[in-house]
Design a protein around this ligand. Structure first.
Ligand code: C5P
Length: 299
């Protein structure tokens, strides 16, 4: 996969969409964070981050969802810049960071975490810090539980089995690329609110994922998994169930909500079926986020 490009002094990176194919909540730590077991895939669609040496620090945004993100230090991209700079202040000269925001906000598909991971990786390169991947993972975890898995996607997009609060990453060795349709009706769901609304935190574990030779095998496995955040998300956004029904009716082989919602996704056995469903859903809901992506497989 190629998520990085250099144009003169500018380094650009794709911040890929993160899709939780399965999400089991299996416990809770004393600090309030939840123990999770997840299957996560990354797609060839996402935000774009570019970093360029500048006379003074600057942060600009573009893209459909740009008006919805904070431009101050609440933004994870700026937190990532400042955390990295604190490692070696003399090397980290002023930088212009540009974020093209194509992923909806508070949508369960990575958003701020994937932007932070792309910024850490791009700035590590621009500032020639040569911090090893393991150090970036430690810094990433300070920014958010999803940042380590998004850092992995910057190295190698292979799908992951993720455990712990999000820091324990195991790449899946035999997993095909998937044709995925993502839909979001514009409902923003705040992750902490959804976790707080959980009724049960000690749910059964994932069945350990096997080697998967085909999309059919992946879907057969996923049918035995859950997203434990669906129920709490549904209490706040009751329309989610009908979104899943609509995706199923469009010919999908597997449907689920990603992360803490409210983005729902559908896996199709062929690209043609996926494109047909996209057209159908776009026509019915012209104001929704309706996007197709091919996820990275294990090879
Ligand atoms: O780590 P991050 O800031 O991305 O997490 C957002 C919120 O999601 C946390 O404040 C917490 O409420 C919840 N969360 C959790 N358990 C996790 C990951 C996130 O409870 N494993």
């Amino acid at each position: 996969m190629s998520v990085s490009a250099r144009d003169g002094a500018t380094i650009s990176r794709l911040a890929p969409v993160k899709i939780n194919l399965a999400l089991h909540v299996t416990g809770q730590r004393a600090n309030g964070y939840h123990e999770l077991e997840m299957i996560v895939a990354f797609g060839d669609f996402g935000d774009h981050i570019s970093v360029t040496p500048a006379l003074h620090d600057d942060f600009t945004v573009s893209g459909y969802y740009a008006p919805f993100i904070p431009l101050n230090n609440d933004n994870l991209v700026l937190k990532a810049r400042d955390l990295l700079r604190a490692q070696n202040p003399s090397r980290c000269l002023p930088v212009h960071i540009h974020l093209e925001k194509k992923l909806p906000i508070a949508a369960g598909i990575g958003g701020g975490s994937t932007d932070a991971a792309a910024a850490l990786t791009a700035l590590n390169e621009l500032w020639q810090l040569n911090l090893p991947y393991e150090t970036l993972l430690e810094l990433g975890l300070q920014l958010g539980a999803d940042v380590p898995m998004c850092l992995h996607s910057q190295q190698n997009g292979a799908p992951l089995l993720v455990r712990g609060i999000g820091e324990d990453l195991s790449p899946l060795v035999e997993f095909p690329a998937l044709h995925i349709l993502l839909i979001n009706d514009g409902t923003a769901l705040a992750t902490p609110t959804i976790f707080k609304a959980l009724h049960k935190r000690d749910n059964p574990s994932l069945i350990a994922p096997d080697a998967f030779q085909s999309i059919d095998e992946v879907c057969a496995y996923l049918h035995k998994t859950r997203n434990d955040l669906f129920k709490p998300a549904e209490t706040l956004a009751p329309q989610l169930q009908s979104h899943l029904h609509e995706l199923t009716a469009s010919g999908a082989d597997f449907v689920q909500m990603s992360g803490s919602g409210a983005t729902c996704f559908a896996i199709f056995s062929t690209r043609e079926n996926m494109l047909q469903a996209k057209q159908q859903i776009r026509q019915a809901h012209p104001d929704w986020f309706v996007v197709t992506t091919q996820t990275y497989g294990s090879h």
